[in-house]
Design a protein around this ligand. Structure first.
Ligand SMILES: C[S@@+](CC[C@H](N)C(=O)[O-])C[C@H]1O[C@@H](n2cnc3c(N)ncnc32)[C@H](O)[C@@H]1O
Length: 236
């Protein structure tokens, strides 16, 4: 997956490339009457996934191949993995993956897909609320694309950093906070600078921090995605 004009000059990169790639598959803000009133709890996500209708086999989130290209293969956690696209992409490339999601419905699809692709031995699917989870281990890579939980974005990212092994990486893809409405409740949007600041001078190195705009075609209509992308490395 290529993001045109991406690797250099990442900051403020407004790329209106038309691709059919990963939309986050969670267009909750689009059409919600009172999006700020939405509570992103288990009930919300269960109905989100069970009412979604036809399954869509989406391409991987384009920032995942871009940001992991130079990383040694190891263990990976996909936090808020949904139907498992990114977890399976990683497993397909040799990573030993744990996919965690609060929605049993999404995980059932993920598991079925991983079995169909012969990847089930390389992925452990865990149905839990990640904000109440206490795994007795860490991972070389923790990824989270468009996940948002009740605790808020920065609190979620801080929590996810606890799951990174010494020397490991945390890759965050979020919905960008902008002055213009792009269909996502403000409370689930974030600035890459604010994510990066969480990790500045705290035993982490910020390896990437940028915003990026792209147009995806999840169905017949284009959807513009404005993304915040941050990758940090634990100094161990
Ligand atoms: C917008 S979807 C993104 C799914 C997938 N990562 C993607 O990029 O398509 C957010 C996902 O986070 C999950 N999620 C939300 N809160 C969670 C929590 N507290 N613990 C675990 N998963 C959670 C939801 O069930 C949903 O699958």
């Amino acid at each position: 997956m290529n993001i045109p004009n991406q690797p250099d000059g990442r900051s403020d990169n407004h790329d209106n490339s038309h691709d059919n790639s990963h939309s986050g598959d969670c267009e909750h803000g689009h059409g919600d009457t009172h999006p700020e009133a939405v509570q992103f709890d288990r009930k919300y996500w269960e109905s989100h996934w069970s009412e979604r209708g036809e399954e869509r086999d989406l391409p991987v989130n384009p920032y995942l191949p871009l940001e992991t290209a130079d990383l040694p293969v190891g263990s990976a956690l996909d936090a808020g993995c949904g139907e498992g696209t990114e977890a399976m992409w990683l497993a397909d490339r040799g990573w030993q993956v744990t996919g965690v999601d609060i929605s049993a419905t999404a995980l059932a699809v993920a598991e079925r897909r991983s079995v169909a692709r012969g990847l089930d031995a390389d992925i452990a699917w865990v149905g839990t609320d990640i904000t109440r989870w206490h795994p007795a281990r860490t991972w070389d890579l923790v990824v989270s694309s468009y996940a948002h939980a009740e605790i808020g974005q920065l609190a979620l990212y801080r929590l996810l950093s606890n799951f990174v092994a010494p020397g490991g990486q945390l890759l965050i893809v979020g919905h960008l906070l902008t002055e213009t409405d792009h269909g996502h409740p403000v409370g689930v949007t974030v600035l890459p600078e604010d994510i990066a600041e969480l990790f500045t001078g705290m035993g982490w190195t910020v390896e990437a921090s940028y915003r990026h705009i792209r147009t995806v075609w999840p169905g017949d209509q284009p959807v513009q995605l404005q993304d915040a992308v941050v990758r940090v490395r634990s100094r161990g």
